[in-house]
Design a protein around this ligand. Structure first.
Ligand code: ADP
Length: 552
């Protein structure tokens, strides 16, 4: 099964395995079963005793009272099995152990003391009552009175004159039964409490599981949970729909490699090992990574995040991967980019023409006043054109480069020269420290633009008076330029958004430093297009260092 979006498509929350066991506990059984189970030990023991007696004293079996008692025990099993317990009140179940005492009494006196141990059979109805619902107090009274009645039956019902010894001697068994009943009721009570607690906990766990199930299935995000071995534990309905998008048409159970998972360009297939769930299975955590799932018009953009599940000892137990459909947002962004690109394109043509004609007019103009006005017009038109070019550059998704062999040293020198005038106005000193030769293959115009952006920002945001330091170096792998200023600096939170289009820091906005927040986004696009990087290190109040690195 493919494990890149998830393997098992039908998984929901696992049922609790001990649930059934709890329900089968003795106290949860129907009364007919409880009655039969409780009566069984007495019946089986009586049967064994009868066989035993038949062997040692066959004459006893013919004693009427004994046979009546014996029949009573077996009859009570039948009664327990046949009674319609559902229509009888709860307490009716106690009638059977109480009747047991009568049957045992008949057997004891039928055996006529020849088998004195027979009265120990009272232990069964005593236990019977102890684990029934009878209040413990009554159970103890009956446990004592029942065997005592059996022992004193000759005095109570047989007209025999009670003697002191005859009354006291048989007290032993009722006392033992009383002790036994006390112990048994305590144990039974605690078992009942445990069973109730367990059942409450089970109910709670089941409720939680079904709540979680509902939440997960109602959420408009895909959720996959995998265990430490990468097997699916859970996949919600939304994710099942996303998964089916990834299946190539007419292939319900495609191999992992065939699944339609693409990178941010919507065209490049993501290799199995780099797919969202696989990465999480391999122990990675990430947030907001963009994947495109499916193909053609049905293709959807998914922002995916993964978190590891660890137990209390810190061992990895699996991972949760969440898929959030951001197709609408991506479409809105694309529409915005299209709009910016087409508007800036439309503006650029007339602006270029205005600038061209202005130049012609200025060349032939003798009127100094008019010329000074037109120069202002020309300067502002140039500023407008730069802005339009920036907008157009930032809207372009993939920047096209024309790399050539060149010397970055020359570009740095001219970028610093170009910034000097503005730096002097702000009383900022620019210090350039560059190697005599920094050869490499790059798009000269684009890299020049990126360096201009960094230096002009440093001049804009440096202290006044202040200093900007530009350092150019060749490294083992490429070329690197760092631009450091001693200005306002950028907070760590703001650094995270710095390379986003139109982003400006709070302090830049408050200080009304001119700019629209496109320079760094363009610089990053240029660095990316060269396979390089642009990074920032900054401390608020101390200054910032931007570093542009490109491979040679
Ligand atoms: P712009 O300079 O046109 O506003 P950028 O994209 O070049 O656009 O810069 C974006 C924002 O980043 C700036 O508005 C400013 O808030 C911040 N920033 C850039 N460079 C620096 C710097 N050297 N020091 C402090 N803040 C900076």
């Amino acid at each position: 099964m493919p494990a890149d979006l998830s393997a098992d498509r039908t998984a929901t929350l696992e049922p609790l395995s001990w649930r059934g066991t709890v329900e089968r506990e003795f106290f949860g059984l129907p009364r007919v079963h409880r009655a039969l189970l409780s009566q069984a030990p007495l019946t089986i023991t009586t049967l064994v005793v009868v066989i035993f007696l038949a062997l040692i004293d066959p004459a006893l079996i013919t004693n009427l009272l004994f046979v009546l008692g014996l029949s009573g025990v077996f009859l009570l099993v039948g009664v327990a099995a046949l009674l319609r317990w559902k229509v009888l009140p709860d307490w009716f179940i106690w009638v059977i152990p109480l009747a047991d005492f009568i049957a045992i009494g008949a057997m004891v006196h039928g055996a006529n003391q020849s088998l004195s141990g027979l009265s120990l059979l009272s232990v069964f109805p005593v236990l019977w009552l102890a684990w029934s619902d009878m209040p413990p107090k009554f159970t103890r009274i009956i446990a004592f009175v029942g065997p005592l009645t059996i022992a004193w039956a000759p005095f109570l019902f047989g007209g025999v004159e009670p003697s002191r010894a005859g009354l006291i001697k048989p007290l032993l068994i009722p006392i033992i039964m009383l002790g036994l009943a006390t112990a048994a009721t305590v144990v039974t009570k605690s078992l009942q409490v445990q069973a109730e607690r367990l059942s409450a906990a089970t109910g709670e766990a089941q409720l939680r599981a079904s709540q979680l199930d509902s939440i997960i299935n109602v959420a408009e995000v895909g959720v996959v949970v995998v265990d430490g071995g990468g097997h699916d534990l859970l996949m919600n309905k939304y994710q099942q729909a996303i998964h089916s998008l990834a299946l190539p048409a007419a292939k319900a159970d495609s191999a992992e490699a065939e699944l339609l998972v693409f990178g941010p360009d919507r065209l490049t297939r993501v290799p199995s090992e780099e797919r969202p769930v696989r990465r999480a299975v391999n122990g990675e955590e990430y947030s907001g990574e963009l994947y495109w799932i499916g193909s053609g018009t049905g293709q959807r953009a998914m922002s995916t995040s993964a978190r590891q599940i660890v137990d209390e000892c810190g061992a990895r137990r699996g991972a949760v991967v969440v898929f959030h459909d951001v197709s609408e947002v991506m479409e809105a962004v694309a529409a915005q980019e299209d709009f910016v690109a087409s508007v800036s394109h439309e503006l650029r043509t007339p602006l270029t023409s205005i600038l061209g004609y202005l130049e012609l007019v200025l060349d032939d103009l003798d009127d100094d006043v008019a010329a000074s006005y037109l120069k202002i017009v020309s300067r502002n038109a140039e500023r407008l054109l730069r802005l339009v070019n920036d907008l157009l550059g930032s809207a372009r998704e993939a920047m096209t480069l024309t790399p050539q062999m060149g010397d970055l040293q020359a570009i740095l020198v001219s970028a610093v020269d170009a910034a000097r005038h503005r730096a002097e106005q702000r009383n900022v000193r620019i210090h350039l420290d560059v190697e005599s030769e920094m050869l490499g293959s790059f798009d000269r115009g684009r890299i020049g633009q990126a360096i201009d952006n960094l230096i002009s920002n440093a001049v804009k945001f440096a202290s006044s008076p202040g200093i900007v330091e530009v350092v150019g170096k060749s490294t083992a792998t490429g070329l690197s330029v760092s631009v450091r200023d001693d200005g306002i600096g950028i907070s760590p939170e703001e650094q995270m958004s710095l390379f986003t289009r139109f982003y400006r820091t709070e302090s830049a906005r408050q200080a009304a430093v001119p700019g629209v927040g496109l320079g760094l986004a363009i610089t990053k696009t240029i660095a990316d297009a060269h396979g390089g990087t642009v990074t920032v290190a900054s401390t608020v109040g101390e200054g910032s260092t931007f570093r542009l690195s490109i491979p040679r």
